[in-house]
Design a protein around this ligand. Structure first.
Ligand code: IVH
Length: 673
């Protein structure tokens, strides 16, 4: 049916409202009302309509959250009111002093307060006109900040349009933050593609908000907590303003009160104990006078308002001696300094090492060797060095010089332009880099060659048996015999598992190469756009960059990797030994032993993981089904298979087979653990 622009506009309006309603229920009320799949369907319909009718694309459309806009330089804007910071208190006595000060300034005031969790994120100010999000600005120096509107649009729970009746103009302030789980996920992903990790969620948030490409920001899963609003006609009591913020669709920081200072002390102590159980980092509690008219009377100093104070939690700290700094070399040659410490007890564990992230951090701390340092553990698991105690530093101590040579191979280190930290450029011969690459190559999501763990790879490397990926495919049981510590069947098992990996499809091979910035998803995208590695090789950098979500940085990395002579020679070698370097081999899917048949696995198998079994089925042309139905051809039955599944399969006449039946169908065994 042909859709008129009017009908499309109406449907778009309806979809936007519906999605906004679901966002509100999910983020603000924490009561999701539809399954993810249904939500995705609404979003997909909206996206399709907007593609067909680009003129109807609206600024408040949730499709805007995927980003796309590039900002080369963020325009600087003046804040309407300065974004001040807060005075700090570290003890309850200091809080009481704060109250006495207020009473000196306003002797007749009846003081009630609200207390809010102090989110350890990045402060921003948001502007809404007629309910529409029009501008978002960083704190900057407090007087002026950067206009990061495009990046903020990607923050999932930041309302692009306010709900209900709203004033003509509202300024909302709050904190952009990252869940700890998202932070850990991000760092893992960065490690996978060879990028240095972020220190903590706040750092990751700040770094993300400054990215030029908003579609990259969208992937960082940032969130927003509101704690302040200014508009005409708002009530005098700030706790009521928080209710307004909620009704407009904001996630509001956990608020207590209005109440007396004594009661707030309870809130402070309670969260000090519970803060590690929160899914995000807080560094204290903010206590604010609840009456907004009283706030105006109290006013501000140049630095901070007089009507609020931050009670800061002290992370557990310990003093110890720094006796050495070691440097670890990662798969991509990136050097991470590690502080070697005199063991000390901290938050229930014994700490002997702390990450220093990169050389800049050593400089910032002005570390000497030896030195006396304060280490602390806050939300993070890994302890960090907070500062030195120069007064206790031994007189012979020397400042730490930047590492000039690779601790593993001796090559001179380089610093990449525009990046912190240093790296070892001896990509081809630096042992941890070579072994790190091999480890990545055999890992589960790449070639999935089990039985080749880090220790064994290191052994094979030390024996000179492997240097490149293709060397793995040239291993024979003879070459592997006589290596100490190997169980009897080990050599055969390794060779067999290596050979089985030749069936791994092209996108995963592309990922396995370990090209910087090419994670699983990027490899998949590249393989979709360029159906063979030659096609990718023949593409220009600009052509690669045009692939949706790829962009110039990844393109540059892919292009220079493939056009390195030695790399390309290795890729040809991989083809010669039989790896899948194009989708063409997938076209042959109909000739594979399990082609066209649907399989399902039930139960467990003593020596084969479920993931391995599923990819074994898929690599051999089979389709992995989602459940038992009459379309299912085979149910592979293991130990403790679900009785309901078995019964259903029996009723529907599905054939039930064992693992060895399956292996017989394929004609080669599956990889064992
Ligand atoms: S109120 C005029 N409330 O802490 C004072 N700030 O150390 C406005 N922060 O710059 C701040 N959570 O970025 C307030 N619930 C909260 C907060 C909060 C985090 C941050 C904010 C501020 C910094 C001051």
């Amino acid at each position: 049916m042909e859709l008129t622009p009017e009908a499309a506009a109406a449907r778009i309006e309806q979809l936007i409202r519906e999605i906004q309603e679901h966002d509100y229920r999910y983020y603000v009320l924490a009561q999701p009302s539809i399954p993810d799949s249904e939500y995705d369907r609404l979003l997909a319909e909206l996206r399709k309509l907007e593609e067909r009718f680009p003129a109807l694309r609206r600024l408040d459309s949730p499709t805007q959250r995927v980003g796309g806009a590039i900002t080369k330089e963020f325009p600087v804007v003046l804040h309407r009111h300065p974004m001040l910071s807060l005075d700090n208190a570290y003890t309850i006595e200091e809080l009481r002093e704060f109250e006495r000060r207020l009473l000196r300034l306003q002797p007749d005031a009846v003081l009630t307060y609200i207390a809010q969790l102090k989110i350890d994120g990045v402060a921003v100010s948001l502007h809404y006109e007629e309910g529409l999000f029009v501008q978002g600005v960083t704190r900057g120096d407090g007087v002026q900040g950067d206009d990061i509107t495009n990046n903020l649009r990607t923050v999932r729970n930041l309302p692009l349009r306010l709900r209900g009746t709203v004033p003509a103009y509202v300024e909302v302030r709050g904190e952009v933050y990252m869940l700890r789980s998202d932070f850990e996920h991000l760092n893992k992903e960065r490690e996978e593609i060879g990028d240095p990790p972020f220190m903590n969620p706040r750092n990751a948030t700040a770094g993300s908000l400054k990215l030029q490409d908003s579609s990259e920001v969208a992937k960082r899963r940032l969130r927003f907590f509101a704690y302040f609003a200014e508009a005409q006609g708002l009530p005098d009591a700030d706790d009521e303003v928080m209710q307004y913020l909620r009704s407009w669709g904001f996630e509001v920081v956990q608020t207590h009160g209005p109440s007396s200072l004594t009661e707030i002390e309870g809130f402070i102590l309670q969260w000090e104990k519970q803060k590690d159980a929160l899914p995000y980092d807080i560094d204290g509690v903010v206590i604010k006078v609840n009456s907004r008219s009283l706030r105006t009377k109290l006013g501000s100093t140049a630095k901070a308002p007089r009507w609020a104070i931050a009670y800061k939690y002290q992370p557990e700290q310990a003093v110890t001696e720094l006796y050495s700094i070691t440097y670890q070399v990662g798969r991509t040659g990136y050097i991470t300094p590690v502080a070697e410490l005199q063991p000390v007890r901290l938050a229930g564990t014994k700490v002997k090492r702390a990450s220093l992230y990169n050389y800049d951090e050593i400089q910032r701390l002005n570390l000497h060797l030896p030195d006396v340092v304060i280490v602390e553990k806050s939300g993070e698991i890994i302890p960090k060095v907070v500062r030195t105690l120069p007064e206790r530093r031994p007189p012979h101590a020397q400042p730490v010089k930047p590492p000039s040579h690779c601790p593993e191979c001796g090559a001179s280190l380089l610093q990449a332009p525009g990046e912190v930290g240093r790296y070892c450029p001896n990509y081809k011969h630096c042992p941890p880099q070579v072994i790190g690459r091999l480890e990545h190559f055999v890992s589960r999501k790449a070639m999935n060659i089990q039985s080749l763990g880090e220790k064994i790879l290191r052994k094979l490397y030390q024996r000179g048996l492997i240097r490149t990926f293709s060397d793995l495919y040239k291993l024979t049981p003879e070459k592997l015999s006589g290596i100490e510590g190997f169980a009897e069947k080990m050599p055969q098992k390794i060779v067999q598992n290596v050979q089985s990996s030749k069936a791994v499809p092209y996108p995963r091979v592309l990922y396995a190469l370990g090209i910087r910035h090419v994670g699983e998803a990027v490899a998949q995208k590249l393989a979709e756009a360029f159906t063979s590695i030659e096609a990718l090789y023949n593409a220009t950098e600009a052509e690669i960059a045009q692939v949706y979500t790829i962009g110039p940085i990844i393109a540059q990395s892919v292009y220079s990797y493939l056009h390195d002579e030695e790399n390309w020679r290795e890729i040809e070698e991989l083809r010669r030994v039989g790896l899948q370097l194009s989708h063409k081999s997938l076209m042959r899917l109909d000739n594979l032993p399990l082609s066209g048949k649907r399989f399902l696995v039930s139960g467990t198998f003593p020596s084969v993981s479920r993931d391995t079994l599923i990819s074994y089925i898929q690599e051999n042309g089979g389709i992995y089904a989602s459940g038992v139905s009459k379309n299912l051809d085979y149910l592979v039955v293991g130990e403790d298979a679900g009785p309901a599944k078995l019964e259903k399969a029996r009723k529907l006449g599905v054939r039930m087979i064992s693992l060895s039946d399956l292996e017989a169908m394929v004609g080669r065994p599956v990889q064992r653990l």
